[in-house]
Ligand binder design. Structure first.
Ligand SMILES: Cc1cc2nc3c(=O)[nH]c(=O)nc-3n(C[C@H](O)[C@H](O)[C@H](O)COP(=O)(O)O)c2cc1C
Length: 351
């Protein structure tokens, strides 16, 4: 039986268990660079037993940042800090990934704690497939030309090269949560009349081209994850059926794992959270597309995490906020599961 603590090999990368630290923005970077905060924060989760740590949304372009405090991988001088962070996390047994991101129309030019006092949110540099704002009080983004599309894809290429150079084990492409790639996928935000809008084939084109670029720059031995919003919770939005079709295509293109989140294509959406609420998406995509999946969303107990993996509903469970509450979550869950050898030697007297 597959267990939450069963190791898994993806393209030869060994991941010690199925517990993934979900990507979470820390808003602690300086000019895109890794700071001491990132070292302490991520390395603690490696010591705490995470199988895979996926670094927060890391901008492939300066104008694609969710905030000016995002990590960046849009210049060569960002690589050293990332490489040091990767090295330390690996030293403590975790595999490490980077989430490559572009915020599109959700880019913002100020720190997140200023959001609530802003009359108009967004960035004057924001670009998107169509000139439609994310919400009522948001800047209208500039519609991307085909040249803009090629330029952004060039930035993804450079970011992938830098991620390989920094020594990451895996790369995740952020195609969820209403950011640039999701904006191309969803008919709600993509009203283009050219080859990048309209039909399903056209809306997925931007992502597929990014995936091909990524695969062409990554060694065969390096796995590729894609995070999607499996459904939009709005009329006329992206559907779960489209996610299944997309997953089949991505698998053929060399994507190894579909990370199944949901929603956030518009500001005003009925988004209900409860334990395991996105697991059915991971389960259906896994079953119908025959691809490895990662479930995420309020997976806060060992029992739920184990149920998801052992019943074959997903191959990985990504943990977000519970990992912010407890860096040693996998060690605690291992105790519950009776799995030995997870407690760091230095901490044994406490267990
Ligand atoms: C502080 C914070 C920052 C986040 N940043 C990102 C991010 O950079 N990329 C991403 O895909 N999701 C991000 N998320 C979403 C999480 O990865 C996760 O999908 C979500 O929190 C649901 O999982 P949970 O219920 O275990 O927290 C963030 C969530 C939180 C709480």
């Amino acid at each position: 039986m597959v267990h939450l603590f069963s190791p898994i090999d993806v393209r030869g990368v060994n991941i010690r268990n199925r517990i993934v630290m979900s990507p979470m923005c820390m808003y602690s970077a300086e000019d895109g660079h890794v700071t001491h905060w990132h070292l302490v924060h991520y390395v603690s989760r490696a010591v705490g037993g995470a199988g895979l740590i996926i670094l927060e949304a890391t901008a492939v372009e300066e104008r694609g940042r969710i905030s000016p405090l995002d990590l960046g991988i849009y210049r060569d001088d960002h690589v050293d800090g990332l490489a040091k962070l990767v090295d330390l996390c690996k030293k403590y047994g975790a595999a490490v990934g980077i989430q490559l991101a572009h915020a599109g129309r959700k880019a913002e030019d100020y720190p997140p704690w200023e959001r609530s006092v802003r009359k108009v949110r967004g960035s004057k540099h924001a670009i998107a497939p169509s000139p439609l704002p994310f919400g009522k009080n948001w800047t209208i983004p500039r519609e991307m030309s085909v040249e803009d599309i090629k330029e952004v894809q060039g930035s993804y290429r450079n970011a992938v090269k830098r991620a390989v150079e920094a020594g990451f084990d895996i790369i995740e492409i952020h195609a969820a949560h209403g950011y640039l790639i999701h904006e191309f996928l969803s008919p709600v935000s993509n009203k283009r009349k050219d080859q990048y809008g309209g039909s399903f084939e056209n809306r997925v084109r931007f992502l597929l081209e990014v995936v091909r670029i990524a695969r062409s720059e990554m060694p065969d031995s390096m796995p590729l994850w894609v995070r999607i919003s499996s459904v939009d919770y709005v009329e006329g939005g992206w559907t779960l059926e489209e996610s299944v079709e997309l997953a089949k295509i991505l698998k053929k293109e060399g994507v190894d794992v579909i990370d199944c989140s949901s929603g956030r294509i518009v500001e005003d959406e009925p988004f209900g959270e409860y334990p395991g609420h996105q697991v059915p998406f991971a389960e259906r995509i896994k079953r119908e597309a025959g691809v490895l999946t990662q479930a995420v969303g309020m997976i806060t107990s060992y029992e739920l995490a184990q149920e998801i993996v052992a019943n074959g509903r997903a191959d990985f469970v990504a943990i977000g906020r519970e990992f912010l509450r407890d860096p040693y979550l996998p060690v605690r869950w291992a105790q519950k599961a009776g799995v030995k050898g997870m407690v760091p030697r230095q901490y044994l007297r406490a267990w």
